[in-house]
Write a protein that binds this ligand. Sequence first.
Ligand code: MTE
Ligand code: LUZ
Ligand code: MOS
Length: 807
Amino acid sequence: MNHPIPRDLTAPAWTAVGVARPHESAELHVLGQATYTDDIGEVHGTLHAALGLSSKAHAKILAIDLAPVRACPGVVAVYTAADIPGTNDCGPIIHDDPILAVDEVLYVGQPIFIVVADTHTNARRAARKANVTYEELPAILTPQQAKAAASYVLPPMQLVRGDVQAAFEKAPHVVKGELFVGGQEQFYLEGQIAYAIPKENRGLLVQCSTQHPSEMMHVVAHALGVHSHNVTVECRRMGGGFGGKESQSALWAAAASIAAVRTGRPVKLRADRDDDMMVTGKRHCFFYEYEVAYDDDGRIVGAKLDMTLRAGYSADLSGPVATRAVCHFDNAYYLSDVDIRAACGKTNTQSNTAFRGFGGPQGAIAIEYVIDEIARNLGRDALDIRRLNFYGKTERNETPYRQIVVDNVIGELTAELEQSSQYRARRAAIEAYNATSPVLKKGLALTPVKFGIAFNVTHLNQAGALVHVYVDGSVLVNHGGTEMGQGINTKVLQVVAHELGLNMVHVRASATDTSKVANTSATAASTGADLNGKAAQDAARQIRERLSAFAAKAYGGEAADVVFRNDIVHANGNDVAFPELVRMAYLARVQLWSDGFYATPGLHWDPKTMTGHPFSYYAYGAAVSEVVVDTLTGEWKLLRADALYDAGNSLNPAIDIGQVEGAFIQGMGWLTTEQLWWNGAGKLMTHAPSTYKIPGISDCPEDFRVRLFDNRNVEDSIHRSKATGEPPLLLPFSVFFAIRDAISSVGEHRVNPPLNAPATSEEILRAVDAVRAEVAKKMGTDPNFSATISSKMGSVPNFEATVGAAK
Ligand code: MTE
Ligand code: LUZ
Ligand code: MOS
């Protein structure tokens, strides 16, 4: 499998941090040599597992007949909940998440039993052969139904500031409505997988595709009834996680481990795509009811928002997701008086979980929807209303949850993008185009992003690292973060190389491993490089200081004056090669490895009042999108997108730009083509790429201009950089609102298109029809409206005439 790979891709000039560098595994990726969990050589005697799934959304299990499963070719064993040696639970926070269903099933796709067979195919075939007798119970499927039934997985939450009622009483205008924003499948290219290998004396090694090795270790130990130190979890890399492997890798790790311990043999459990989609949770869909008061200029003076999330059958991470949604309703805007509520609806569907942005996108899109409506109601460009409501620098700078925004650059950033994208000129051009184009309509939108960086659960903001310098001068870096394609290893290696004055060829990252760094947090909340970069820097700095002290002893001069640069150590006028100094230090018995630790300072949060200082800093961004929509078919195309993102003092601009591009397209998929659809019986019918449309290369805009905004972090983050993992997922709000703008042109921007997300072609057509119907109604009933709308509009409701004109 392995061919020699040239290792000379690193830039010749010495500067490890702040320069564009290829992903540490880039060559391996393109050569197909990067090892994912399923590529690890199988140990002799390996068995394969598959899960038997519920076919009912909510039912009592009356009987399970597994004899036909056991009779299938190659089947070695079948296990139910009764066979779990320890606790039947894989819930990350609240323990309401059984590994295998007992007595009752809560969604279509819930695992009931594990089949172990000689091959993957035999296990999967056998898993379908069980006869389960159910007694069906009523099912709750949508957030609206959950709300009506007050069916929640957690107590609803509320954040209040000021006197909202008084604000509404004084305000001249109120906009009120409902919105539905759908969920999203993570669609990591590598599906969920775990490979459990028994070791001596009740030990177990679990190779697992996970963002959270430490939690996998805990869940597995718990399920097996052993100590954590019996279990080692290792992950070299994932083929994408996107939040879907933050908590929900646990089921697969636990099931493989149970089967391995029960059979005493190595067991691999690899979900195929359909099973993965049927079993695991996704981004939460949200149902919103909003009421926002504003003045004649468009300034928001009071806001009420009630969000109901589809949590699914268990809590999983829904609590922190809802909290992040509440803390991102403000997005880039100062909201003085607010009443923000969120409730996690308990439904008989997959248990929804983390997905890039973690509730932030769902919170922020609501205020953007409202601002879009305010602008239309006032006949103003939405950018002007946005700008009017931006956070201030020294006043109007306190978030609803009481954190002061001290690093606000949204005004400058937006101004730069408005210029560079020629927003105003293109607005005028689009108006001219639309005036003469009856069927194809263009739309344009600029939307801003402000995104809070840190886990909103304070104690999770910690990380550790272990750096080894070997006697030949080569460096091995281990840290608690996991590589999912985002480039965390590259960034951490850059930090370590910089600290020791080495070129990148001398540093290597090892797999993430619970036996190396203990008690790690998930690589999530965009904090991976922030936390682990700092921890690795701490470790490398300790080694450098020991080497400096040694060099000062050997060559004279001050330890503080020793310089490490470009593989050479400069000490008191002597230039010594790094490996040579290391060799000398080893002989002098200097410790050449070190651990490192980091805990983000200054964070606190009171979950009762929903106030505090949950975020270390904010990352900012903005994007402009231009679309063309076919108002007869609902088809559309993104013509051009400009994105400007604040990566602080970027550790690696190439990786950060890649993250912005990827997040933009992924977020665009969420808001446009990716539709999750459950049938009336609660079965997810869109469980494969044939029915679930993620963006393809042809959906990317031909003209895509992504740039980073020059802005050192005001916080002492790693080299003053900022996180890039999640926040750019909010940039394609601009695509959604450009589509809404194009639809709105059908009614000369006089009525608000009732557009839900995803804005599929069907949804676009529905909104176009609704706009036409509303215009027709207003023309019939409101003489003011008909007097001010252009004469051309009179023909719009006349569909035949429009089609005729197009031909
Ligand atoms: N990029 C790639 N290529 N693959 C992924 O799975 N996950 C995203 C983001 N970018 C992801 C990605 C999510 S959800 C998060 S939280 C961050 O990466 C996590 O990594 P970081 O904190 O190191 O940026
Ligand atoms: N909070 C957060 C969390 O902001 N992001 C996360 O990914 C997360 N995960 C678990 C618990 N809290
Ligand atoms: Mo990312 S949703 O925080 O894994």
